[in-house]
Design a protein around this ligand. Structure first.
Ligand SMILES: *[C@@H]1O[C@H](CO)[C@@H](O)[C@H](O)[C@H]1NC(C)=O
Ligand SMILES: *[C@@H]1O[C@H](CO)[C@@H](O)[C@H](O)[C@H]1NC(C)=O
Ligand SMILES: *[C@@H]1O[C@H](CO)[C@@H](O)[C@H](O)[C@H]1NC(C)=O
Ligand SMILES: *[C@@H]1O[C@H](CO)[C@@H](O)[C@H](O)[C@H]1NC(C)=O
Ligand SMILES: *[C@@H]1O[C@H](CO)[C@@H](O)[C@H](O)[C@H]1NC(C)=O
Ligand SMILES: *[C@@H]1O[C@H](CO)[C@@H](O)[C@H](O)[C@H]1NC(C)=O
Ligand SMILES: *[C@@H]1O[C@H](CO)[C@@H](O)[C@H](O)[C@H]1NC(C)=O
Ligand SMILES: *[C@@H]1O[C@H](CO)[C@@H](O)[C@H](O)[C@H]1NC(C)=O
Length: 813
């Protein structure tokens, strides 16, 4: 572990040293580009980096047309374009000039002075193309004011870092550098994800992801490429809580080949590839050493709407096809999808002016959200169901499930492996003369309505209205969903939530209206507690009771805690941890909806007036055991969470004294590589681990200490901080230890506990509390050990306590 950290540190030093050297080389080799310089496509067409490996300037793009960008010029083989300046402008002709003007601007002009493109910075003092391939602009103090590495297009070079929220876009084709149909994004706090262009960041759109666990608010992730081809995600805590950077995921390990340049390129076909290029002309000129996916049909959206992708038998080339009844939107570009030249009108089936039929496609499927899923015995049944449903435009049948879809169809694939059968509705050519015929048919229901009463018309009308309403409802719901995550400081949350659809499956989204109604407009009489950062109300929705937590004010730190709690709770599924059931982000302050825990907090039962000694000893042992079990679960894989604020007020009780640990507002996720975190000290006075308090180093053992205090609280019924005790004993942890030291456990036990417990259990529990309260974290047991020991104590039989009254000290099983 220490070695690894050491290595990482060295490596980071090396990385920064490389940047440093690069910056200095530039000046030493004095190929600084100064004001007044210019380039033309046919004259001096580019500025070279010191070694001549990279060039910035014009490159040919089509016949007598040019683009501006950074070219890998020094390779024996290809002159690869690694960055484009004006990617979405049409290529320019040869009568343009790229000028670094006397007043410090970088502009691309036609002879007539018309500016085609420019870098928005002014007063640029000098520029330079570095040997790393980075084109840099400096101010008069030689500070970097702009660099191409900060605005990547589709390529990442060694030493270039992609930071959170940055995107790459694929090109349209190998030779057309304009923005294409795929994007790569390094999402907040988590993953590198590939999506089709123009989609929201949600997992149903993604077709590849690094799939690392989401971090918390304070973490910063970067994508890094080393000169040896090691491609990895690095994570580091920032903000107030700095943790040491660690490798979150290795996409590749380094390669041991000399004289090769490693370049990451997000290719036009939507696949991320790592290329190894020969620097000296030896070996293979260019080869792919890693790719995000082997199956070239994987990139979603490759075939546009309604189309589907299939791999041809002989090679791995993807091919886009249209289902029967559809034509290519643009026959020249099959990636643009398919359309049909008529629409299926809902309700028109009833009128029988157009006859519908279903075409069948074996081994083919689309990834639309189905309008409905029903169990059916056969594909024929599914086919018939869709044909009869005026809304259904396509159906997928697989393993007894019939999914009805409406157009447009998204993300179509075809593969012999898959047994899905797709049915697509299409219109049969109408019998006879269409216009005449349809007029004839239309007359029928109207006539029927006129003569046979309103019933028939009513029916037709109802069908149309019903379908219309359903259509409308679907659209409305989608809008709502999209709206709600975009507001309310929830951008981070949005990104995190949508990385895992399963989260959305488990949690419900409540409207503000629902929660207002549930809590009687957040009435004071419904307040059941004050959480770490807000008020908790009791609310009733559809006859079920919930706990609804509302932030008091929206300030930055509370939104942080809110998001933190959501992230953490959604990763835990444990019977003794309170369940988050949903949230509402429509309101100015975020609202969280939890399961309602019926019997208040442990604090209430131990300390509130009139309740002293209300909990029997066996129940206290149960509470301790369950709490320890929940903490052991939090501390272990795959969750790895430090609760950080364990106290009796955060231990909720059900009827029958079952435990629900709550309030994860200041909890921390930590990676398996981390044994400790340097953090701001947070927690509650009296429960805080003194070691953490003094060092700021948070470990799992800090929770163990706080648990020790709760256990002492359960045994003694004493307040955690009491000014009624002598100064040295104010803190319950210290007080408890000093009494044990004096061998006077029985004098501080709560009377009821002393009377009900047997000596083995009482002394055993006290011993555990003592170990948990060790000043040195390392000497404390793990939560797992604590949970096991408590469980053993609980199993002692009831009979054992009969001897208690006789002599505590000598009563053994
Ligand atoms: C190219 O630049 C060099 C100096 O940098 C200059 O001497 C030469 O005349 C330029 N050539 C053209 C065609 O502008
Ligand atoms: C280099 O050129 C060859 C042939 O022109 C091509 O097949 C290869 O993909 C190119 N390499 C890169 C990295 O563009
Ligand atoms: C530059 O060339 C393009 C195409 O060759 C032409 O349309 C344009 O008028 C030219 N501009 C000037 C200022 O000569
Ligand atoms: C550029 O520099 C000039 C004088 O050196 C100054 O007046 C001007 O405000 C500067 N412009 C910008 C955008 O910094
Ligand atoms: C990544 O690779 C490095 C060695 O290159 C190794 O030390 C590290 O443990 C790996 N990390 C992960 C998360 O796989
Ligand atoms: C749709 O297009 C096909 C051929 O592209 C044509 O045969 C058919 O008549 C068209 N249908 C309608 C309703 O226009
Ligand atoms: C499809 O089958 C081939 C071999 O028949 C297998 O290699 C491949 O992984 C399968 N693909 C999927 C998506 O199951
Ligand atoms: C439909 O009928 C009209 C008039 O009877 C005729 O002119 C037209 O050609 C017919 N169209 C078709 C497709 O049969």
């Amino acid at each position: 572990m220490a070695n690894e950290a050491h290595f990482l540190f060295l490596f980071l030093v090396m990385l920064s040293a490389m940047h440093f050297v690069a910056a200095h080389d530039r000046r030493r080799l004095s190929n600084t580009i100064s004001r007044g310089s210019s380039l033309t496509p046919t004259g001096n067409s580019s500025w070279l980096s010191p070694s001549g490996l990279f060039a910035f300037g014009f490159f040919p793009q089509g016949h007598n047309r040019y683009g501006v960008g950074i070219i890998l010029a020094g390779l024996a083989t290809n002159k690869t374009v690694v960055w484009t300046a004006n990617r979405d402008y049409p290529p320019v002709s040869d009568n343009v000039t790229l000028r670094f003007t006397k007043d410090g601007r970088l502009v691309l002009q036609q002879q007539s002075q018309e500016i085609i493109w420019q870098i928005s910075h002014q007063n640029v003092s000098s520029a330079s193309i570095l040997d790393s391939g980075n084109f840099v602009l400096y101010d008069c103090e030689n500070k970097i004011i702009w660099q191409s590495f900060d605005e990547p297009t589709d390529t990442i070079l060694p030493g270039q870092i992609l930071s959170e929220d940055q995107e790459l876009s694929s090109r349209i084709s190998e030779s057309d550098f304009s923005t294409g149909i795929f994007r790569l994004k390094l999402q907040f706090h988590s993953n590198l994800v590939l999506y089709p262009a123009n989609t929201v960041d949600r997992s149903f759109n993604s077709y590849w992801s690094t799939n690392v666990p989401a971090g918390v608010l304070y973490d910063v992730t970067t994508l890094n490429l080393n000169p040896d081809g090691h491609l990895f995600l690095l994570r580091q805590g920032s903000f107030v809580e700095a943790t040491r950077p660690y490798i979150l995921a290795n996409l590749t390990q380094g390669f041991n080949e000399k004289q090769r340049l490693y370049v990451v390129k997000f290719d036009f076909d939507g696949i991320l590839r790592l290329y190894s290029l020969s620097l000296d002309g030896k070996g293979k000129g260019s080869s792919v050493v890693w790719e995000s996916s082997k199956n070239r049909c994987d990139p979603k959206g490759l075939c546009g709407l309604n189309g589907y992708c299939t791999l041809t038998d002989d090679d791995d080339d993807p091919k886009c096809l249209c289902p029967g009844g559809f034509n290519y939107v643009s026959p020249g570009n099959r990636n643009e999808g398919c359309e049909r030249n008529y629409t299926v009108h809902c309700g028109s089936n009833k009128e029988r002016t157009i006859q519908y039929s279903m075409t069948q496609l074996q081994h083919t499927w689309w990834e639309n959200d189905p309008d409905s899923v029903e169990q059916m015995r056969s594909k024929e049944e599914c086919e018939a169901a869709c044909l009869e449903d005026c809304e259904c435009e396509a159906a997928l049948y697989k393993d007894g499930d019939c999914k009805k879809l409406s157009l447009p169809l998204r993300y179509g694939r075809s593969s012999m492996n898959d047994s899905t059968v797709a049915f697509i509705k299409w219109a049969l050519p109408p019998p006879g003369n269409m216009t005449k015929n349809s007029k004839d048919k239309l007359v029928v229901p109207v006539l029927a309505a006129g003569s046979g009463g309103g019933l028939a018309l009513m029916l037709v009308f109802l069908v149309i209205v019903y379908c219309g309403v359903r259509q409308h409802q679907r659209v409305k719901n989608k809008k709502l969903k999209e709206n709600f995550f975009e507001r309310n400081g929830g951008i981070i949350l949005q990104q995190l939530l949508y990385q895992s659809e399963s989260i959305l499956d488990r949690a419900r989204i409540y409207t503000e209206e629902e929660l207002k109604k549930a809590t009687n407009n957040f009435n004071e009489s419904n307040v059941i507690g004050q959480g770490g950062y807000g008020v908790v109300y009791k609310g009733v929705i559809a006859d079920k009771v919930y706990a609804i937590k509302k932030s008091k004010v929206v300030d930055r730190s509370q939104v942080d805690q809110f998001v933190n709690e959501v992230i953490i709770l959604w990763q835990i599924n444990h019977p003794n941890v309170v369940k988050l059931l949903g949230c509402c982000l429509e309101t100015p302050v975020p609202l969280l909806v939890y399961e309602f825990v019926t019997n208040n907090t442990l604090f209430h039962h131990l300390h509130d007036e009139g309740l002293a000694s209300s909990i029997p000893w066996t129940m206290r042992l149960k509470i301790a055991t369950e709490t320890a079990g929940a903490l052991a679960h939090l501390h272990s894989a795959p969750v790895h969470i430090i609760h950080r604020d364990i106290k009796s007020a955060n231990i909720l009780l059900e009827d029958g004294y079952s435990v629900k640990v709550s309030d994860f507002g200041v909890s921390r996720l930590f990676s398996p590589q981390e044994t400790h975190l340097a953090t701001l000290v947070q927690g509650t006075f009296g429960y805080i681990d003194p070691e953490y308090f003094h060092s700021g180093i948070l470990t799992q053992k800090s929770d163990v200490y706080s648990f020790g205090v709760v256990l002492a609280e359960l045994l003694t019924g004493a307040k955690v901080v009491s000014f009624l005790r002598e100064e040295k004993d104010r803190n319950l942890g210290m007080y408890f230890l000093s009494k044990l030291e004096e061998d006077r456990l029985y004098t501080i036990l709560e009377p009821r506990v002393r009377n009900e417990g047997n000596a083995v259990q009482l002394e055993g529990a006290a011993e555990i509390a003592k170990k948990c309260l060790s000043i040195e974290g390392a000497k404390r047991p793990t939560m797992m050990e604590v949970a096991e020991e408590l469980a053993e104590l609980r199993e002692l039989t009831i009979d054992d306590h009969l001897c208690v009254e006789v002599d505590y000290k000598y009563c053994h099983v």
